[in-house]
Design a protein around this ligand. Structure first.
Ligand SMILES: [Ca+2]
Ligand SMILES: [Ca+2]
Length: 500
């Protein structure tokens, strides 16, 4: 009876809101949502926070235990990366009370929630920037808001003139109405400290996705790492155990430099997109699993162990996975790619709609289309869409089809949740050739093996280093099952098997 009670308590703690703080280690499977395009609740066609709340059961059932929202703060743009008020919710999306309800709904379902925090720049319509420009126009260079931005009296690349003055402001994301904030200013850092405390303490968020960290002080990695260390310290001060993940869109060696900072994770760009090691291992005339092996080896070798890997295939700025994989007519390849991603260590990030094979490339709005729940229940499309296409069936149809991409992605997530060694174990490669990969993950005195067959057409056999192992989970793109005879494991095409 005592054991039963303890088990019940543990389950309540895992799934309920009983744990006010639970460690980042519990969230392996993250889901990026563009609120605008996810779910509308009030009939205006634009997705909103109450709409997202109504989809939390879907998100939980899919096995996502972390949620990253693209910016939700007031902004003149549809994407909202140019903020006018860092301590509020855009009225199009709802209210701060709606956000608190969303946090509660997430925590009740064992989901952690982080929001995008773009602090490299604000909107030109932010009151800080307006006050600064007005001061300069009046010749008042001592106005405190002038120091909030990067003003100078020299023209040049990524400089925009303040009308009626000989002053220029820095704008790294040119043309977007997004003046760069001066992160060397103590006053700006004090503002950010208060902003973090607002979201983490008052609203209950669990952390932030840090936008555009390489542009904090463009060209100065050491300065950026120093800012990142300050941001991590502020987040810890506001809410111990907060999770920060940074966007440093750079190659492996530069990324390794950012990972030296105290920020928990940086997105693993070298795994993503068409040139990333996941897609490269799946395209070409013959499969090349060695690209996956060398890519992961390089990442694990370059990135310090305190930094939690954050692999992904695509996000709101990149072409979507189906296009990267040329998989409009190849659902098996689309599934296997999600499985290959899901077998990486660290915190895996999935962009909303990727689990149903949504497509989109080219102009940014094309990459941010309405979530395809069904033909009758979708948000409006974001402004500026130039190509509207849904290549795979809608979510409702895929939910009802056991062999759908959606149900495969769901299985991948649940395999990761059931076997924490996949996400948190130390990796070693036991065997690899151009088709087969066998990895071991170890933590404390626990270990498991992960076997993958990158061949789309051939069942292949590999020898395990141990006998008397058991298959604890398998991910199959077709009906065939893996066969284990002694130490010989035969994997159907595109099969993934976990053994202990
Ligand atoms: Ca709405
Ligand atoms: Ca900057």
């Amino acid at each position: 009876m005592k054991r039963l009670m303890a088990l019940l308590l543990a389950l309540m703690c895992l799934w309920g809101s009983a744990c006010a703080e639970w460690p980042m280690e519990d969230s392996y499977n993250w889901y990026e949502v563009f609120v605008y395009s996810y779910q509308d609740s009030n009939g205006d066609g634009v997705g909103d926070l109450p709409g997202l709340i109504s989809r939390l059961d879907y998100i939980r059932d899919m096995g996502y235990t972390g949620l990253w929202l693209m910016p939700i703060m007031p902004s003149p743009s549809y994407h909202k990366y140019d903020v006018t008020d860092y301590m509020s919710v855009d009225p199009l999306y709802g209210t701060v009370e709606d956000f608190k309800a969303l946090v509660k709904g997430c925590h009740e379902r064992g989901i952690r929630i982080i929001i995008d925090l773009p602090v490299n720049h604000s909107s030109t319509q932010h009151p800080w920037f307006r006050a600064a420009c007005e001061a300069l126009q009046q010749g008042d260079t001592a106005n405190p808001y002038v120091d909030y931005y990067c003003f100078s009296q020299t023209a040049g690349d990524k400089k925009v003139q303040v009308p009626g003055t000989d002053w220029y402001y820095e704008e790294q994301f040119a043309g977007g109405g997004m003046p760069d904030l001066n992160l060397h200013s103590d006053a700006v850092m004090a503002e950010i400290r208060a902003i973090m405390a607002f979201w983490l303490q008052e609203c209950g968020a669990d952390g932030f996705r840090l936008d555009a960290v390489t542009s904090f002080v463009t060209g100065d990695v050491a300065a950026n790492v120093a800012v990142l260390d300050q941001l991590k310290a502020m987040a810890e001060e506001a809410k111990p155990g907060s999770y920060l993940v940074g966007e440093a869109w750079v190659g492996m060696s530069a990324l390794a430099g950012y990972c030296e900072s105290a920020v928990d994770s940086f997105f693993l760009f070298p795994a993503s997109q068409a040139e990333g090691f996941i897609v490269r291992s799946l395209l070409g005339r013959s499969p090349n699993a060695t690209k996956y092996v060398s890519g992961l080896e390089e990442a694990l070798g370059a990135i310090p162990s305190h930094s939690v890997l954050a692999p992904f295939l695509c996000n709101h700025d990149t072409g979507r996975t189906i296009g990267l994989l040329q998989a409009r007519k190849l659902p098996e390849r689309a599934k296997f790619a999600q499985g290959v991603l899901g077998m990486l260590p660290g915190n895996v990030f999935t962009y909303y709609g990727d689990e149903i094979g949504m497509v989109g490339a080219g102009d940014d709005p094309n990459k941010r289309l309405a979530m395809y729940w069904n033909d009758g229940d979708m948000t409006s499309q974001p402004p500026g869409v130039t190509k509207l296409e849904y290549a795979y069936p809608c979510a409702d149809d895929q939910l009802a089809d056991p062999s759908s991409l959606l149900n495969y992605c769901r299985a991948v997530n649940h395999v990761r949740l059931a076997e924490p060694l996949i996400a948190r174990g130390g990796n070693s490669f036991v065997f690899s050739d151009k088709n087969l990969v066998l990895m071991k993950r170890e933590m404390d005195d626990q270990r498991c093996y992960i076997a993958l067959n990158f061949s789309r057409t051939d069942a292949l056999t590999l020898e395990l280093p141990e006998t008397e192992m058991t298959i604890t989970a398998e991910l199959q793109v077709g009906a065939d099952k893996a066969v284990l005879e002694g130490a010989a494991l035969t994997l159907p095409p595109y099969a993934i098997v976990i053994l202990k």
